[in-house]
Design a binder for this molecule. Structure first.
Ligand SMILES: [Zn+2]
Length: 248
C-alpha cells in the first residue's frame, strides 16, 4: 500500500515535471544557485581526492591572483570562485558549477606563464560558471528521475556530483563556447589584462590539437573549431574597440 501511494506520488510528480519542462520550452531552472554551489563543492572534493592539487605554492597563488582579478571584473552575479592549480602535465583547464576552477600545470607551461593568456582562459571558464552553462546542461541531463528523488527529500547532491564528474558536462554547446570566448576577453580586459592574448591561446590550441589531440580532454576537444573561434574573437575584439600586443 505504501509502495502504491509512493508510486502514485511519483507519477503525479512526473506529470507535473513534464508540464514544467514542456512549459519552459526545454529550458528548466530547477536547481537553485545555492544547490548549484553545493553540487560544485561536492564535485570539487571528489576531484581533489583523486588529483595532485596545489593551492599554496607561489605558482598556485600567482594563478589565484589572476583569477581573483578577472572574477572581480566578471561579477555580478557573484559566485564563490576559487582557482586551483593541478600539478599534472595536461593542457587543460575547466570549471565546475558554482565556482571551482581548475588549471593544469601543463597548460601554464604551454602558455609560457603568460599572465594575459592565463587571464583569458580563466575569463573563459568564469563565463561558463556565471552563465550557468554546466548547470543548465545538468538540468537537462539528469532529467526528471533525479529531480523527483530530490523533490521527495533524498540527499542527492552526492549523486549529482558523481554525475558531473562522470558525465562529460564540460561538453558545452557551440553558443556557450563562443560566449565564453568573447566574455573571457571582456573580463580579462576589465581586469587590466590584454584581451588580444585570447588569439595567442587559440593559435596555440590549434597547433597543439594537430599534434597531440589526446591532451585535449575537456576544454578543447568539445569546443568549436579553433579557426571559427579565432575568427569570432577577432570580430568581437574589433566590434568592441579592443586592441593589444597580440593583435595590433
Ligand atoms: Zn569552454
Amino acid at each position: 500500500m505504501a509502495t502504491t501511494a509512493r508510486l502514485l506520488g511519483l507519477l503525479v510528480l512526473l506529470a507535473a515535471l513534464g508540464l514544467l519542462l514542456a512549459g519552459c520550452g526545454g529550458t528548466t531552472f530547477l536547481i537553485s544557485t545555492q544547490q548549484e554551489i553545493e553540487i560544485g563543492r561536492d564535485a570539487a572534493a571528489e576531484f581533489d581526492a583523486e588529483h595532485n592539487v596545489d593551492r599554496d605554492s607561489p605558482e598556485a597563488r600567482w594563478l589565484q591572483g589572476i583569477g581573483n582579478r578577472v572574477a572581480a571584473a566578471a561579477s555580478p552575479p557573484d559566485y564563490p570562485y576559487n582557482f586551483t592549480l593541478v600539478r599534472e602535465d595536461v593542457n587543460n583547464a575547466f570549471a565546475l558549477p558554482g565556482g571551482p576552477i581548475y588549471f593544469y600545470q601543463g597548460l601554464i607551461e604551454t602558455l609560457d606563464h603568460d599572465e594575459h593568456q592565463v587571464a583569458w582562459v580563466l575569463g573563459h571558464e568564469i563565463t561558463h560558471v556565471r552563465q550557468k552553462h554546466a548547470i543548465r546542461r545538468l538540468e537537462r541531463a539528469i532529467g526528471a528521475q533525479l529531480l523527483i528523488e530530490w523533490a521527495l527529500g533524498g540527499d542527492t547532491t552526492k549523486d549529482i556530483a558523481a554525475i558531473i564528474t562522470g558525465l562529460s558536462l564540460q561538453h558545452y554547446t557551440r553558443e556557450n563556447e563562443h560566449m565564453a570566448d568573447e566574455l573571457g576577453c571582456r573580463w580579462a580586459a576589465e581586469a587590466g589584462y590584454d584581451p588580444t592574448a585570447s588569439l595567442a591561446v587559440l593559435e596555440t590550441f590549434r597547433e597543439l590539437q594537430g599534434r597531440d589531440p589526446n591532451d585535449f580532454e575537456i576544454l578543447f576537444m568539445s569546443h568549436p573549431g579553433n579557426n571559427d573561434r579565432a575568427e569570432a574573437v577577432i570580430r568581437y575584439l574589433q566590434a568592441n574597440g579592443y586592441s593589444g600586443a597580440y593583435y595590433p
